[in-house]
Write a protein that binds this ligand. Structure first.
Ligand code: PGA
Length: 244
């Protein structure tokens, strides 16, 4: 279960979140937990989660290790700061910050090289779904951003399926719609990396995941976990998602 805090919280609010959240999930041994926070909150999150099972991730990274790239943060910097994960290619980055399949691939490789687990996001827009293009869009994103990885690289990534029309809208994909998209992605994985890789890869669903819909989503064998935005900001709500 991964939380995506987006551009929310200060370091003090981060510390306060974990003070409440950690006791609530102390008994949760059934899943991995990661909170993906803003760069400015990573130090507070790493300090607060030390000694717990909760891991810390970032929400983006640049693909070069270091250099004259004002404003960028590299994957080795994230690793050295205590991160284990990084979200790559979130739809908000695709929509507002010019992320393409090519840059998704570069960032994913940089994250892997630094020893981070990339959570690579794919998903169709509403107009694409309505035009019957969901499968084509997911296939294109997979082929461009993920398929060029080596089998070893692929075995170390997590995929997140996030239909753009379900993000922050309160409009969750039904478990069946989400599972259909996960099957499309798994078929792509099988075609490129084989049946074992398709079985092993973890595919998270994201888009208006809430305490009251997580159970139905997780009942789908295709869905391995959640990437949770709004509902991960509140410790009680994210803990209840963890304990679905
Ligand atoms: P949401 O965001 O849960 O607020 O819809 C999910 C995401 O963007 O990762």
């Amino acid at each position: 279960m991964a939380g995506n805090w987006k551009m929310y919280k200060t370091p003090a609010e981060t510390t306060a979140f974990f003070e409440k959240f950690l006791p609530l999930v102390a008994s949760a041994a059934h899943c991995e937990m990661v909170i993906c926070a803003s760069f400015t909150n990573l130090a507070a999150a790493v300090a607060a989660t030390r000694g717990s099972r909760v891991q810390v991730g970032a929400q983006n990274c640049y693909w070069l290790k270091e250099g004259a790239y004002t404003g960028e943060v590299s994957a080795p910097m994230l690793k050295a700061s205590g991160c284990s994960h990084v979200i790559i290619g979130h739809s908000e980055r695709r929509q507002f910050f010019g992320e393409t399949e090519e840059t998704v691939l570069k960032r994913t490789r940089a994250a892997l090289e630094a020893g981070l687990t990339p959570i690579v996001c794919v998903g169709e827009m509403l107009a694409e779904r309505e035009a019957g293009q969901t499968e084509a869009v997911l296939t294109g994103q997979f082929q461009g951003g993920i398929a060029p990885l080596t089998a070893d690289e692929f075995s170390r990534i997590v995929i997140a399926y996030e239909p753009v029309w379900a993000i922050g809208t309160g409009r969750t994909a039904t478990p069946e719609i989400a599972a259909d998209a996960h099957r499309v992605l798994r078929a792509q994985v099988e075609g490129k990396f084989g049946a074992e890789a398709a079985r092993a890869v973890r595919i998270l669903y994201g888009g208006s995941v809430k305490p009251d819909n997580i159970k139905g989503l997780m009942a789908q064998p295709e869905i391995d976990g959640g990437l949770v935005g709004g509902a991960s900001l509140d410790p009680v709500s994210f803990a209840s998602i963890v304990h679905f």
